[in-house]
Design a binder for this molecule. Structure first.
Ligand code: FES
Ligand SMILES: [Fe+2]
Length: 365
């Protein structure tokens, strides 16, 4: 980890805002991201608990691709393009239970949950006598899980999720999300491009100012961060004698005592911030919903038996929504001015933004 008090991580790299203004406004840029970035990266699409039973289905959107997650009779979660091979109807439009076969609501074709094979064509002998069912299985999409989270990559040439995450699972601190339970899911609509929220997440400088009260108990001067492949990890500790943020959630039992004063904030590239404290481990995915809109999809994990009490929820949303969300929504509004321009960036504290932009531009090239 690198302390970021004086110099930038790469030494020679200059903190520069590399993306043009239209990257935050333009429908064409948005479509290119959907196709070239989200269509070719491992996207967080669900948690395993969203499909608790064999036969459960959940439609999700991955870049331009509608995908149907299906928990097979063997318990494995798989993904198929959510497109009937007959005329293209979506096989499911909401979470539900399909059983061993997924049945298209339009003309009743049925596909096996476990391998997507076409197992039934109604009126086959009269209307589809020449059709070979073996040629019309559902189209598979890569799905893999980590830490109870389900990821999907529509790119047929994608490297495995394990390779994409690299050493990230070992760099998130002593947390085992599989030993925690989801205690809340909160969704916050944002009137801003998704990248503004991510840039804010990896901007060290704003901690002193935007979060002067809400995070003032942490020692920002000792903030340390690092890149793990395209992912970002950070930590900072409580000031000596400062009180931890209050709340009534149970402390996480499996972390060592020295972790209890640490606040971690990480980024699973490209759009999944995570953070952890003594009582919670959270993901807050910034889901793009349009060039100038997104949605914060927050999952709060805690010790089994814990609940997200009102004070903990208010503390969490004060930072993520009322401070971070508010700031980036204001930037989005100002962006529309013809006079909008980004000035100089802090040489070290805003350098992660430069790296994030490079990672995006490489994928959009
Ligand atoms: S579109 Fe699915 S059965 Fe016709
Ligand atoms: Fe923030």
């Amino acid at each position: 980890m690198t302390a970021v008090d004086t110099v930038g991580q790469a030494g020679s790299e200059r903190a520069t805002f590399l993306l043009p203004k239209h990257a935050y406004l333009d429908a064409g840029w948005y479509a290119r991201e959907q196709r070239e970035l989200f269509g070719k990266v491992w996207n967080l699409v669900a948690a395993e608990i969203d499909l608790p039973e064999p036969g459960d289905v959940l439609p999700v959107q991955v870049g331009c691709h509608p995908v149907l997650l299906v928990r097979g009779t063997d318990g494995v979660i798989r993904g198929y393009l959510n497109m009937c091979r007959h005329r293209g109807m979506a096989l499911a439009c909401e979470a539900g239970h399909a059983g061993a076969n997924v049945r298209c609501p339009y003309h009743g074709w049925e596909f096996a949950a476990d391998d997507g094979s076409l197992v039934r064509i109604p009126q086959r002998s009269g209307q589809f006598a020449d059709t070979d069912p073996n040629a019309w299985a559902l189209l598979p999409v890569a799905v893999q899980s980590w830490a109870g989270l389900v990821f999907c990559n529509p790119d047929p040439d994608a490297a495995p999720l394990e390779e994409f995450l690299g050493e990230l699972p070992q760099r998130i601190g002593p947390f085992d999300p599989l030993r925690l339970t989801q205690v809340a899911r909160l969704r916050v609509p944002l009137r801003c491009n998704w990248k503004l929220y991510i840039e804010n997440h990896i901007d060290v400088l704003h901690l002193w100012y935007l979060h002067a009260d809400s995070l003032g108990m942490f020692d920002h001067a000792g903030f340390a961060h690092d890149w793990v492949g395209p992912h970002w990890v950070s930590d900072e500790v409580l000031r000596p004698g400062a009180d931890r943020p209050r709340g009534a959630m149970l402390p996480i039992a499996h972390i060592p005592d020295e972790e209890r004063d640490v606040l971690r904030a990480n980024l699973i590239f490209p759009n999944v911030p995570t953070s952890s404290s003594e009582t919670m481990w959270i993901t807050y995915q910034v889901v793009p919903t349009g060039p100038e809109t997104s949605e914060l999809d927050i999952r709060v994990l805690g010790e089994p038996g814990s609940q997200l009490d009102a004070e903990s929820e208010a503390t969490l949303l004060a930072v993520l929504r009322d401070e971070d969300g508010f700031a980036v929504e204001q930037i989005q509004r100002v962006l529309r001015s013809p006079k909008f321009a980004v000035g100089p960036l802090a040489s070290a504290h805003e350098l992660p933004i430069t790296r994030f932009h490079r990672l995006l531009l490489e994928r959009l090239a």
